[in-house]
Design a protein. Structure first.
Length: 210
């Protein structure tokens, strides 16, 4: 078994009391769910439709601003961007468009626009999406390939809790969440790709392509 984030073999298996198997990577400090516990794509989509992600919901927009504000500080006017994993209510793209940025949408369930894979962007925003990646190492390579040189990748995902709290953590108990990151995890992701890593606040990371 290798870590699905950094490909290290320094992983160890553990179980939670709901009888789910997880792996912990000693190299990058990620934790990830055993594949036999993944739900089907139909169940996954049904779960996403339960999310109350309305474009004009002020509370949702305030939540997303935790990423949009520090990301915008890094961008030049009129930068071209991508909201990757935008869900069925692409509020972040709406917010960034209102600030003058040209933003494409992509979501495998709701906006499966594969033309984005033939483009390159000045920035990519990825909010509450990275925890769903079945193959994070591959996904981050794909995202890097979609970025222009010196482009920014903004990620928002709940960082890992302490080891003792993991079992009861609400984020872990979402059946669509299969991988969990710490600050160290993103530092390793960046180092492996010669990117720069900044963590402006909890649960938000900005990665700059070299």
């Amino acid at each position: 078994m290798k870590c699905i984030v950094c490909k290290s073999k320094s992983v160890e298996l553990f179980k939670t009391r709901d009888n789910k198997e997880y792996w912990y990577c000693d190299n990058c400090s990620a934790k990830f769910l055993g594949k036999k516990h993944y739900i089907s794509m139909a169940e996954e989509k049904e779960r996403y439709l339960e999310h109350n992600n309305e474009v004009n919901d002020e509370n949702y927009r305030a939540f997303l601003s935790r990423l949009s504000i520090p990301l915008k500080e890094k961008l030049s006017p009129n930068s071209k961007g991508l909201d990757f994993g935008c869900g069925h209510g692409p509020a972040l793209a709406d917010m960034l468009s209102a600030d003058g940025f040209d933003v494409d949408l992509y979501d495998p369930f709701f906006f499966p626009n594969k033309t984005i894979f033939s483009k390159q962007y000045d920035f990519i925003a990825c909010t509450e999406t990275a925890e769903h990646f079945f193959d994070p190492s591959k996904e981050f390579d794909i995202l890097g390939g979609l970025l222009n040189p010196q482009g920014w990748l903004g990620i928002m995902t709940s960082f890992l809790t302490t080891k003792d709290a993991f079992e009861d953590w609400h984020y872990r108990r979402d059946p669509t969440h299969v991988v969990f990151y710490s600050e160290k995890t993103f530092e390793v992701i960046a180092t492996q790709r010669n990117w720069r890593c900044e963590i402006p606040c909890k649960d938000v990371v900005l990665l700059r392509k070299g």
